[in-house]
Design a protein around this ligand. Sequence first.
Ligand code: C5P
Length: 413
Amino acid sequence: MPEMTSNLSGQHILLGISGGIAAYKTPILVRRLVEAGASVQVVMTANAHQFVTATSLQAVSGNPVRDDLWDAGAEAAMGHIELARWADQILIAPATASMIARLATGDASDLLSTLCLASPAPVSIAPAMNQQMYQHPAVQRNLASLQADGCRIIGPDSGDQACGDRGPGRMTEPEDLLTALAEQSLTGDGRGPLTDCTVTVTTGPTREAIDPVRYISNHSSGLQGLAVAESARRAGAKVILIAGPGVAGAHAEIERRDVTTAQDMYEQVHNALPSTDVFIGVAAVADYRPANAQGQKIKRHRQEEPDMRLALVENPDIIASVVQSGQVKVVVGFAAETNDTLNNAREKRARKGLDAIVVNDVSDHSIGFNSSNNAVTLIHENGEIDFGIQPKTEIAEQLIYQLGALFKNKITL
Ligand code: C5P
């Protein structure tokens, strides 16, 4: 990956630390941020003091550490609203289940949660907790709400935990947090790598009616495309999201068009093309649809013809039609493969005339379809970049960063 931490030079980073064991790593994180040229102000929750001292954090950041909304002395030096406005980015690391719950509900009961509400800066959080806690539906629900609000979720990593368990919930390591912050850093004038650019993303499955109650579809959840749309928005783009059925909510600034069939998706995509600079086709579009969708429910007992045969006709290849239209500067496809993954994807990229294709192996059921994790390879004309198993949100962030860098000249034409 290209060296990115120089993006952090001159940035104002507000580091929030909540009360988890991973807080012991935060002095190193602060040290690295300062070495990368960032100014760091640290805010701790009351429980964070159980794991790391304010004295260490003050020493490495060079700034007094704040922990109390009602500290008259600290407020006189820099009021909390002033501190909220000072931040270019807020990172909460570690983010405990309790901190995540407060952020998700807009609770402002301590200094750190108040700052997150009062600041216009992007907020990233690095969850850290026991694997059972992390996988609890309440925590997952809160994380999904935060993500829909535009909060970036970094990690967590998976592996041995301080409590002796193994699984997801380890805080992302300081070096990787630094890279993640650098990826989404806007320049001093608030511009991101995709500012002035319109990105259209398709996501989710399509549904092809057999009769009024039955359809042909697939296992796509739309999560990866949602994450790509969200990362593009954070990188400064205007985003149009064309979503198949069942796709979860997107950020309010994303212009969303809901569709059901491949035909609907084709039409909405072509409506969006005149204003699109970059097209990213993440949707799992049905390749075929029933030739004659029945107006009434098909009955079971048909003695004269016990076997059922469904005639199918081909749907349009949406992404290939985008390339053929010549209206878009960069076209990126996705490919879900079950065998000979890389070769199939290389062939598909060339055949469809795509600038890049992102391929994942869906024969491994722990990632890909309906999972929050994925592992992909980005294939472009001059090379391939492998992304290991990571949350879809992180993959999206890195993909958008890589696409911004690879196609910078085409995008700014
Ligand atoms: O050929 P395959 O379906 O695997 O190609 C995957 C890529 O093509 C994805 O980017 C998908 O969104 C796009 N596609 C499309 N229209 C279709 C089928 C696939 O845009 N009918």
